[in-house]
Design a protein. Structure first.
Length: 385
């Protein structure tokens, strides 16, 4: 799914994408002969201070009193919007080209865009976008700008927290929640990408590559960042290289670890942090060692628990985990002979359970022998315990 910044500064990028659409789809066929392709666009919230609201420029955000140098006509573009699903994922490459050819960019006021709000809608509108269950799900996110994040919506009086649910109209493809809630947090986007096993590839122009690299490092989901040329002329090479890195990297992500400490150890030669293997060849088997340690125990826990282990870009494996808060040998295990416990107790679960007033590892001590050092020394030791 190709998600593209459609602000005016990306106009030349769109024209190049139209020219390179065939080359781009050839890259996909090299990865898989069974793929679908879709297209979405984003700008920003259609209200001040992000977009124009005066009657003239709200209908034509690109309006200027000067004529276009090349055409001699007034500059025009379509009204601003937050996110629009222009084409859901389909197998038709011809429809993808036709969709691109019919589109024109828009414009807005401030430079950061609402791209992560759009990305959250792509991830949460799983069915409307057209993702398939048993498939590797990849979103190519192309932009030349930074992003708005949670809190920025307060400038427009949007104080309601972004709920992260799908609000895309099934007929028009337009996101309907833009003016009803704030922008999402980066972590909201990250969690939704993980939940629906979607891998983002960020194709970003020079000025903001560093920002997206930091965002990518923060994400627990597998992701990739590539340097996009100013006119997107290198988009084919960028996508090909990113797809290779992603398809040759295997890592594990665990979300629900309540009560457990979970350690993942990749058993491979080329380990990539935090817990993955890189340069995995086609047909190669990669092994991971996963250790569950019980950190706290609630007798009221509903068991067994199913812990999801996500393999980004592939599938999710559910591990059946059960634990035992207390030893049940008091009810079921036979009593070991009392001679182990100096005939003053019984061994039920290993340690001796001493009868009053005896104590010690083997019930060998009692109050009346407190003055006897010999009975209070550990085996093979001269130290009094």
């Amino acid at each position: 799914y190709y998600l593209m910044d459609f602000s005016y500064s990306m106009k030349d990028d769109l024209e190049n994408l139209k020219l390179l659409a065939g080359n781009l789809t050839e890259v996909f066929t090299q990865i898989s002969n069974d793929f679908t392709i879709g297209f979405g666009t984003f700008i920003d919230k259609d209200t001040l201070p992000y977009s124009y609201t005066d009657p003239l420029r709200s209908q034509n955000p690109c309006y200027t009193e000067y004529l276009d140098i090349l055409t001699g006509l007034p500059t025009s573009c379509r009204p601003s919007y937050s996110f629009r699903n222009e084409m859901k994922l389909e197998r038709s490459l011809e429809k993808f080209r036709e969709t691109l050819d019919a589109l024109t960019v828009s414009s807005n006021i401030d430079f950061p865009e609402g791209g992560f709000e759009a990305l959250l809608q792509v991830a949460s509108c799983y069915d409307k976008i057209g993702f398939r269950q048993k498939s590797r799900k990849i979103v190519i996110y192309a932009s030349d700008a930074g992003i708005h994040i949670a809190g920025d919506g307060k400038l427009a009086g949007l104080v309601t927290k972004n709920d992260g649910t799908c609000k895309v109209d099934v007929d028009t493809g337009e996101y309907l929640g833009s003016l009803k809630q704030d922008y999402p947090t980066i972590e909201q986007v990250n969690q939704m990408l993980i939940r629906n096993n979607i891998i983002p590839i960020f194709a970003i122009e020079q000025d903001y590559v560093g920002l997206y690299e930091k965002i990518s490092d923060h994400m627990t989901q597998l992701s990739d960042v590539g340097l996009l040329s100013p006119d997107s002329s290198n988009i084919v090479e960028l996508v090909r290289d990113a797809l290779y890195r992603i398809t040759s990297t295997i890592n594990l992500v665990i979300l629900n670890d309540r009560g457990y400490k979970i350690d993942i150890k990749p058993l491979c030669d080329e380990i990539v942090p935090p817990q993955g293997c890189s340069n995995v060849k086609h047909g190669e088997t990669v092994e991971f060692e996963v250790t569950f340690t019980l950190e706290k125990c609630d007798p009221e826990d509903v068991l067994p628990r199913w812990i999801p282990i996500i393999i980004p870009g592939f599938d999710t494996v559910f591990v059946k985990v059960t634990h035992q808060c207390d030893c049940d040998c008091y009810d079921n295990a036979p009593v070991i002979g009392e001679d182990v416990c100096s005939n003053h107790g019984a061994s039920l679960c290993g340690p001796c359970e001493c009868r009053d007033p005896y104590f010690g590892e083997n019930c060998e001590c009692s109050p009346r022998y407190q003055k006897s050092d010999a009975l209070c020394k550990s085996p093979n030791s001269n130290m009094v315990c």
